[in-house]
Design a protein around this ligand. Sequence first.
Ligand SMILES: Cc1ncc(COP(=O)(O)O)c(C=O)c1O
Length: 499
Amino acid sequence: MKKTGTISDNSLFNRERNTPILNAARNYACSGKIPFHMPGHKLGAGLPYDFKKDLASIDLTELPGTDNLHKPEGIILEAQRLASDTFGSGYTFFLVNGSTCGIHAIISTICNRGDTLIVSRDCHKSVITGMILAGVKPVYIMPGLDVDFGITSQVRPSTVEKALAEHPRAAGVLLTRPNYYGVCCDLRQIAEIVHAHGKILAVDEAHGAHLGFAEELPDSAMASGADICVQSAHKTLPALTQGAYLHVGKKRAIDIDRLKFYLGVFQTSSPSYILMSSLDLARDIMQNEGRFLLKRLIGWIKDAKIRYRHENILCLEGHDPTRIVFNVRKLGITGFEAGEILRNKYDIQVEMADLYNVVCIAGISDSEENIDRLFRSFRELADTYSCPRTGRTSLKVPFQKTNPEIMVPYINTGLDKVSGIKGEKIALQNSAGRICLDIVAAYPPGVPVLCPGEIISEEIIKEIKTIREAGGTILGMDEDGCIRVASLDGLPGNLIGDS
Ligand SMILES: Cc1ncc(COP(=O)(O)O)c(C=O)c1O
């Protein structure tokens, strides 16, 4: 039927629209860039045509027959049950505000105000904000360091064991696995340790919704014995941005009613049916074709690695093979520079870059041709930069070397108390010894360098400066290099605690 007189009737409003976001998004979509970044549907390549065609018309609300995310009894309950079967959980919830809202709900569910939570320091900032909201005291444990790649590596089971022994009253343990580089710790062993102490193991598996769907992939958090986890379906599956799952383990160590309450607190009361449909669809694809497609993808990556091997490019091995991490240190350029060359010369947009590495997300929506092109481009880039520029980049990743267990002094009460402190903005170079009031994090990956309530050290100032000067983006700081710290006159005497 021809529609007349509506906005969809273009002839009625035949003008160029002043829509900066829409225009820029369209321009990128038409730019011909090959996306090795999220969302995992890769500019729609991994989504069935009929789903894309229907997008606007399935944007519904709670109507007769469309159920209610906050009280699911019909189609949403059924879709969540199907997801629970597919991902091996006891119970699955759909999240429409990303893993972020799931992490907030998890922390509020497993902790009471003033509780201590053992947290790996390589956590995403949503873990920190979750602890601020819930008034939880963090006990940070440090993952290992991979000096060649300049990244944090796995959390060791012995580190978790030690933290539990030292903090017997902790409410539980919250780990990030995989990290942004696809690094996975031995979760099975850690789950045994945490459960032997009678505690809850929560996992931020935002980057691992595809785990366990191929024998070459590490097991998922649910299969490894975690009690609760989140997965950002939009990062690694063909799902729309913000679509995520929250899974509860089959043993039900979690208070489901309390969890439902907090999901109601942290999720919108107008959940998107586009997102919920997308989560439903991603589950259906993984259930039916996921194993085949992932095996095929991993085979393509393996072959391309061999075909385009270059002595000056190192790839991170031994973890999630779909997270392709190229280390360009031997080329005498930074990862930031390599990412830019890929974008400008080879029309490849990577997920992120840091001082030493370029990180690419591959998934079941990618084609063999694109995987081939990525590795071929990298080899050409390596040939160009290996000669005449030889030698490693002179930049050094400034690891925080402080003892993990007492990494930085933090506020001796729940993290929520920090928000009440009077603040002021000062230049970063003058901030040594002051208490930071913001979450300062390189983005991506969004892992905090400083959290609210932490003392700023010379070492941390150097780390932030190095990342900024190399072209990285730092959240939690002004463009002019100022940082928000506790003002000296507004600090209650009892706030700085022992670490
Ligand atoms: C490790 C980790 N956890 C959680 C999140 C938050 O996920 P979402 O964007 O789905 O809210 C991110 C986002 O990048 C992340 O990297």
